[in-house]
Structures are given as structure tokens and as C-alpha cells.
Design a protein around this ligand. Sequence first.
Ligand SMILES: NC(=O)c1ccc[n+]([C@@H]2O[C@H](COP(=O)([O-])OP(=O)(O)OC[C@H]3O[C@@H](n4cnc5c(N)ncnc54)[C@H](O)[C@@H]3O)[C@@H](O)[C@H]2O)c1
Ligand SMILES: [Zn+2]
Length: 364
Amino acid sequence: MADKIHVTASEDYDVIIGSGILKDTGSIVRDVLPKATKILIVSDTNVAPLYMDKVKTSIEEAGISAFEFVFEAGERSKKIETVAGMWDLMAKEGFTRTDAVAALGGGVAGDMGGFAAATFLRGIKVIQIPTSLLAMVDSSIGGKTGIDLPVAKNQVGAFHQPAAVIEDTDCLKTLSPDLFTEGMGEVIKYAFIMDLPLYDLLKKIADEGKAEELSADTDNLTSVIKACVADKAYVIANDEFDTGLRQILNFGHTVGHVIEARSDFSLAHGVCVAKGMGIVTDAAVKAGTCDIDEASKMKDLIERYGLPSSDDISAEDAAEGAMNDKKKRGDTLSLIVVNEIGKASIVKMTSEEYLAFLKKGLAR
Ligand SMILES: NC(=O)c1ccc[n+]([C@@H]2O[C@H](COP(=O)([O-])OP(=O)(O)OC[C@H]3O[C@@H](n4cnc5c(N)ncnc54)[C@H](O)[C@@H]3O)[C@@H](O)[C@H]2O)c1
Ligand SMILES: [Zn+2]
């Protein structure tokens, strides 16, 4: 049985979530793209050997021709040359405006496959088939697509909503424990910024001693993923183009991005977001806006899912990096603070105020 969560955006679509649903890809594509005759399946060298055959067979059984484009796994492939390879293959195979791309993999496949679709023939449809936890709860939904430049990540891209998102929770059984834990950083973020019932569920799972085995616990895992997808869908429905509410998704990210970049990306994104959430929360306690018990509950949950909730970066280093961040608007920065689990606030700060705030949350 699959569940559907509807996303209302410039073009509406469903996120279909279930165990074993990769084999239904063809019929789902047939339903949402009745005119498609060709699909380019974009995947990476880790995911393709695991799931390409199943997806390809399903698409072909629906009477659609399927073509494969497999790139070297990893963020370093997220560049224009890789996308150009997709454009070339589609042009060579005679893809038309009614054909489509299916992005099968983590956020890298999703962002690049989505961008290739957004740009080929000025825009063809994309089906997102996320296989990492991060991609299922975050990157596959909401229509942000793009590539990295040598100087910074995600600098070129387009908003391009998918025609459907297909999330087979069984795929998470092959994801490494580290990548699963990393994805939990984003899951916990939704609980903190907007979803008290999700916090209660995650706490209950941990209290029952089941946090470590969540990736194999289909029932709990499905409930957790559905909650996150519904949260992201709500945010997208209210702020598709990232001019207001969508900023709350940046909780933990302003500090987290600096820690991530300073580690030369050796530290995982979700790990850095967890640290960022902990640091901002410590600062909010010292600033007197967040109750210490509430902060302890938050930091506890982060740690019970195997993530860190602090870092030894200095306030100056953290603040300096953030002022160069693209999220900056003019001279002020919008910082996301959670003073009460389930509710995020957007706080505008000057660089001086931000530094003073961070000094409260960091030892140096
Ligand atoms: N578009 C958005 O809104 C958005 C949001 C957040 C992040 N992102 C982007 O997403 C990317 C990070 O996503 P990610 O962590 O999924 O990275 P990723 O795509 O590189 O996947 C991480 C690793 O997991 C492997 N993998 C994925 N699914 C697997 C599975 N089921 N079994 C075994 N291995 C599997 C991949 O091959 C890869 O090695 C970044 O480029 C980031 O910028 C985009
Ligand atoms: Zn993130």
C-alpha cells in the first residue's frame, strides 16, 4: 500500500511513498505523463547497479522507451559537464517536449536530473525517484534543481517542480548507516521547526530503543518520512520561490554551512546541520528566549540519533563565513531560531548582532 501526499505549487504533483513501489514506476509515469514515449533515467554508479534494472523494466513494461545515463557517484559530478552529457544523449535519441527525465538516486542525481529537464528544449518533465533519506525528505520535493560551480555549491539552477515523486522506502536498506544518520539531521530539523507530533514520534522511537534500527523498521520509517514530506509540502505550498516561510528550512544551516565548508566538505552536511541547530539553541538559551529544558530536549534528540549537537568553531569564524553566505539579504542576515519545539522564528540580525548572538552559543 502506498501513501500519497499532494504538493500544491505552480504545478501540482503527488509524492507517492511506500515499500516496494519502484516496480510501479512505469504505471505512475504513464498516469502523470500520458504522452511520454521516451524517458532518460539519470543515476549514479552506486545506485544504478542496485535499482536501474527494476526502474527501467517497469518503464519499458508501460510501453515507454528507457535510456540510461550513469555518472560517477558524488558531489564532484554535480557540474555542467555531467548535465551536458544528459542533454547530448537526449538530443541524439530524439527526445521531444513530451518526453521526460527520471532522476534515480540521492540529491545529486535529483538536482542534476531536474536541471537537465528544466533546461532541455526549454523544459521537459522530470520524475524524481529519491533513494537516500536526505533526498526523500528534502531535495526531491520543492523543485530546486541545479549544479555546483568550482567556487561554491548550488550556484546555477532553476526552479522546476517534478511531475511526480516516487519514494520506495525499501531503497533505504542499502544506504550506509552514516548516510542514514546524516539524513536524520534534516528529519529532526522538521520536528524542531514545525512538527511537534514528529518530535514526539522520534522521541518515542528512541525511548523504545529503536532509534538505531529505524532504517529497517518499515512502519516507523514510513511514518517519519510521511511527516517530513507533508511538512516540506506545506512550506512549498506557502512559499514555492523561497522569499519568506521557506527560510525556516535553513534552521541549523547558516552555522552548519560554515562548519561544512571549513572541513573542506569532509564533514557530512546533515552532521553540520545538527551541530548548527545545537549551537543556535545554546545561544538562544543564553539570550533568554529559549527555556533550558526545551533546549536539553532538542539536544538530547539530536544525540540519541547519533548526531553531534555542538562544535568547537569560534564565534568569529562562524560569523565571518555566514556573512558571505548567499542567504544574506543586504546587511542583515535572517537567522532561524527555535525557542519552542515545533515553532521556528525568523530573526533579522546585523552582522554585529549575529556575532554577539553566536558568542553566547560558542565557548570561544
Ligand atoms: N534541491 C534541494 O532542495 C536540495 C535540498 C537539500 C540538498 N540538496 C542537494 O542534495 C545533495 C546531497 O544529497 P545526498 O546526500 O542524497 O547525496 P548523493 O546523491 O551524493 O547521495 C549520497 C551517496 O549515497 C549513495 N546512495 C544514494 N541512495 C542510495 C541507496 N539507496 N543505497 C546505496 N547508496 C545510495 C549515492 O550513490 C551517494 O554515494 C547535495 O548536492 C545538495 O546540494 C538539494
Ligand atoms: Zn540541508
